[in-house]
Design a protein around this ligand. Sequence first.
Ligand SMILES: [Cu+2]
Length: 175
Amino acid sequence: MTYKTILAASAAAFLALAQGAMADSAITVTDPYMRASGAMASSGAAFMVISNQGAEDDRLIAAASDVADRVELHTHQSDANGVMKMVHVEEGFPITAGEDHILARGGDHVMFLGLNRPVAQGDVVTVTLTFEKAGDVVIEVPVDMDRKPDHAGAGHGAMGHGTMGHGAAMGQTGN
Ligand SMILES: [Cu+2]
């Protein structure tokens, strides 16, 4: 074995270790962003894609951030009159093995209630997501007020303006 191959071998071993460590958390979060209705807003919402690359189903059961008094897992449902409203999802969101769970405008979202400081365009908010199996996953969520409702790869139309996100009675800043 030459010196070079030893180096290569140890680099490969190190990579395998690093990948092994990362594989411990089957959960990855991509493309997170947060919105609030302005500097004086008392609430906000965050959206993202949560991927489960593991073999086991998991569940997002809680979220927390020092930017808000309370952080809840919300979704939208239409009431008897067909009006979309936000509801607190106590049991959290199932994150199925091998699939992406998309948090998007008009659907599932992380809700910030009682913002304790102004959030402005370009701020980055630290959020801890708690999963049943993967445990805590800490993510950095940029504030992006300009973001269009369409989420990663969702394309125009499906979740766009007027279809789900803008029910008359929602009163939610994130939409
Ligand atoms: Cu909400």
